[in-house]
Design a protein. Structure first.
Length: 594
C-alpha cells in the first residue's frame, strides 16, 4: 500500500549552521560540568558506575563459561551435573540481578546530578548582566531560550548519561569477550576437499565484519537524523511559545473575538511540528529496516558461522553454545553504534543546540567595540552625558540610513537635574533608553554614565516576579532588604495603600494589578532606593490622567535624584519643569554629525 503523507507543508530546514564544531561542543560542555558545584559528586558516582560495569562484565564471563558444563550435562543426560549447574546459575543470575538494579539506580542518579550541574551553569551564564537581553537580538539563538535551558538541558543530561554508560559497558564487554572468542576460535579447524586449515581468531573477524557492515549501512541510511532532530526541537519550541503567548493574552483575544485567528496561527505552528515529525518518522522507519534486519539475522548468524567446525566434530554442543554466547557479546558490543544510531543523532542535535547557546553567551564578553559603534565611558565629572549621539534603528545598521540623532548634539545631566527627551513620531526613542542602559551599541557618538550603583533605569513595562508583594516591590533586592514600615510608606505615597496589608500574599501581581498599578509599584520601588540618576522609558505613558499627575508629583519629590524622562508626558512637564531635548530622524540624505 502506498504511503500517504499528512496534509501539512514541510518547511525547509532552517536550523542555523553550528557556531562551533562537534568536538568543540563536547569540550565546552565538559568544561561547564568541570566547573559545576556537583563535579566531585559526579566523579565519585562515575567511579562507582565503572566498578559496577566491571563487576557485571566479570559475572557475564562466568555466565558464558557456565554454558559449557550445562549444555554438556544436557547432552550426556547427567541429572546430578544438571542440578549442580542450575545451582551455579541461580548464584550467577542473582549477582547479575543485583548489579543491574544497582546500575539502574546509579544511572538515574548520575543523570540527575548532571542535569543539576548543566542547568545551573546555563542559567548562570544566561543571567549574567545584560547577556539575556542582548541574546534576544541574536536571531535564532535568541529565540525561545527557555527551550534550551529547560527541555534541551534535561534531554542532553539524560542522553549523555545513558549513552556514555552504554558505550563504556559495550567497550568493557568487548574487551572481556574478545579474548574468550579468540581462544575458542584457535581450536577451529576447517576441512575442504581433504585439506585442513585454521583461521586465527576466525569468530572475532566474523563478528567485526558483521558489525562493520551493520554500522556502515546505518550511517548511510540515518545520515539526516541529526538535522531532523534539531529541526523538530526548534519547531516544538515555537509551538510552545505560541501557546504561552496565547495563554498570557486570553483576555485581549476574547474581547477582540480573535479565537479563530489565533487558532489559525497556532495551526501553522502545529503543522510545522507535524511536518518535521513526519520526515523524522520516515527516517527512523528506514533505519529500523537495518537495525531490525540485522537483529533477527543475529539469532542464527553465529551458529551458521561456527557450524562447519561443529559438524566436522571440532566442537561439542556445549562448546558451540559458548562460542555462540561469546559471539553475541562481542557483536552486541561492536554494534552498539548501530543500536544507538537514532539516539546518538538525537543527542548530537541536542548537544548542538545547548553548546551553541552557551557559546553565544560566552562570546558576548569577547565582543569589542568597532568603528561606528556607540562608545561607552565612565563619567569623570559626576554627570550623565551624551555627545554627538546617533542611533541606528537596526542591529548593526547605519544610523544615516535608518536611525535618529540628538538634535542638540550634546546633553549633560547634572545631579538634581530634570530633563525630558522627546522627538519625531517616526523616532524609536525606546532605543535611546536601551543605549543608555548599555546594551544597544549600534550607532555613533559617546555616552558617559555615572557609576552603576548611582543610576537606575525604569522601563515602561516593569517586571513583577511571581511571589509575594514584598518580593515584587523589593526586586531585584532580597525580600528582607526593606522593613515593613518602609514598604508600606512607599505604597501609600504611590496610591497603593489598599495593598499594604498584603505584603506576604503570593500572587501573580502582574495579573492582579492593572497598568496604572504596575507603574505605581515600579515608582514605589524607586522610593525604597532612590538613585542619584533615574532614567525613565515613557513611564507615565497610557496612565489615567489622575494617576499620571499623582506619580509625576511623587517623582518630582525626589529632590536628590536627577530625572531623565524619555518620551512625552504633560504631567511630567507640569510637575518638574524639565529642560527639553529632541530626537530627530536621520533621512538617508542627511550626513552624520561630524
Amino acid at each position: 500500500m502506498a504511503q500517504v503523507e499528512p496534509a501539512v507543508s514541510a518547511p525547509a530546514d532552517d536550523v542555523a549552521e553550528p557556531a562551533i564544531g562537534f568536538f568543540a561542543q563536547v569540550a565546552m560542555m565538559l568544561r561547564a560540568l568541570w566547573g559545576a558545584r556537583v563535579r566531585n559528586l559526579l566523579l565519585l558516582l562515575a567511579a562507582i558506575m565503572l566498578a559496577i560495569i566491571l563487576a557485571t562484565a566479570y559475572v557475564q564471563v562466568l555466565l558464558n563459561r557456565w554454558n559449557v558444563p550445562f549444555y554438556d550435562a544436557l547432552q550426556r543426560r547427567d541429572l546430578d551435573a544438571f542440578l549442580m549447574q542450575l545451582q551455579q546459575f541461580a548464584i550467577i543470575a542473582s549477582l547479575l540481578l543485583l548489579l543491574n538494579v544497582a546500575q539502574t539506580w546509579f544511572n538515574q542518579l548520575v543523570g540527575l546530578k548532571m542535569r543539576d550541574g548543566l542547568t545551573r551553569d546555563l542559567v548562570d551564564q544566561w543571567l549574567k548582566p545584560k547577556r539575556a537581553l542582548r541574546l534576544s537580538t541574536m536571531g535564532i539563538l535568541g529565540v525561545n531560550p527557555d527551550q534550551r535551558l529547560h527541555e534541551d538541558a534535561s534531554h542532553l543530561s539524560e542522553m549523555t548519561t545513558s549513552l556514555t554508560i552504554g558505550l563504556v559497558q559495550a567497550t568493557i564487554m568487548l574487551a572481556s569477550f574478545v579474548g574468550v572468542l579468540w581462544e575458542l576460535s584457535s581450536g577451529f579447524v576447517f576441512t575442504y576437499r581433504g585439506d585442513s586449515f585454521s583461521i586465527p581468531g576466525y569468530m572475532v573477524w566474523a563478528a567485526i565484519v558483521y558489525a562493520a557492515s551493520a554500522s556502515l549501512l546505518s550511517a548511510v541510511v540515518g545520515r539526516k537524523l541529526v538535522t531532523l532532530n534539531a529541526n523538530r526541537y526548534s519547531k516544538e519550541a515555537e509551538l510552545r511559545s505560541s501557546l504561552m503567548r496565547t495563554n498570557e493574552n486570553l483576555t485581549a483575544i476574547a474581547v477582540l473575538k480573535g479565537e479563530g485567528a489565533e487558532r489559525k496561527r497556532i495551526d501553522l505552528d502545529i503543522a510545522a511540528v507535524l511536518a518535521t515529525m513526519w520526515r523524522l518518522a520516515l527516517a527512523l522507519t528506514n533505519l529500523r529496516w537495518v537495525s531490525a534486519g540485522y537483529g533477527w539475522l543475529t539469532v542464527i548468524a553465529p551458529i551458521l558461522i561456527a557450524a562447519p567446525v561443529y559438524f566436522a566434530g571440532g566442537l561439542t554442543f556445549g562448546g558451540l553454545m559458548m562460542a555462540v554466547g561469546a559471539f553475541n557479546q562481542v557483536y552486541a558490543s561492536l554494534r552498539w553504534y548501530v543500536d544507538n544510531f537514532g539516539a546518538i543523532a538525537d543527542w548530537k542535535a541536542t548537544l548542538m543546540r545547548v553548546a551553541n547557546f552557551r557559546y553565544a553567551l560566552l562570546q558576548m564578553d569577547n565582543e569589542t567595540a568597532t568603528e561606528g559603534d556607540i562608545r561607552f565611558e565612565q563619567s569623570v565629572d559626576d554627570s550623565l552625558s551624551l555627545r554627538d549621539i546617533s542611533i541606528s534603528s537596526e542591529k548593526g545598521g547605519d544610523p544615516s540610513e535608518a536611525g535618529f540623532r540628538l538634535q542638540e548634539g550634546e546633553l549633560v545631566v547634572r545631579p538634581n537635574d530634570r530633563v525630558m527627551i522627546n522627538g519625531d513620531q517616526s523616532v524609536n526613542r525606546h532605543l535611546l533608553f536601551r543605549a543608555l542602559a548599555g546594551w544597544w551599541s549600534w550607532g555613533t557618538g559617546t555616552i558617559a554614565a555615572p557609576a552603576e550603583g548611582d543610576i537606575l533605569f525604569l522601563p515602561q513595562v516593569g517586571y513583577l516576579p511571581y511571589g509575594t508583594l514584598r518580593e515584587a516591590v523589593s526586586f531585584p533586592q532580597d525580600a528582607g532588604t526593606y522593613s515593613d514600615e518602609a514598604i508600606k510608606a512607599a505604597l501609600d505615597r504611590v496610591g497603593l495603600s489598599h495593598f499594604r496589608e498584603m505584603l506576604d500574599t503570593r500572587l501573580r501581581w502582574d495579573k492582579v494589578l492593572d497598568h496604572d498599578g504596575r507603574t505605581a509599584l515600579g515608582v514605589a520601588t524607586v522610593l525604597l532606593r532612590p538613585p542619584r540618576w533615574l532614567v525613565m522609558e515613557d513611564t507615565l505613558e497610557g496612565l489615567e490622567p489622575a494617576a499620571a499627575d499623582h506619580l509625576a508629583g511623587v517623582l518630582a519629590g525626589l529632590s536628590q535624584t536627577a530625572l531623565v524622562y524619555i518620551g512625552r508626558s504633560e504631567s511630567f512637564l507640569e510637575e518638574t519643569r524639565p529642560r527639553i531635548f529632541h530626537l530627530e530622524a536621520l533621512p538617508s540624505s542627511l550626513a552624520l554629525p561630524g
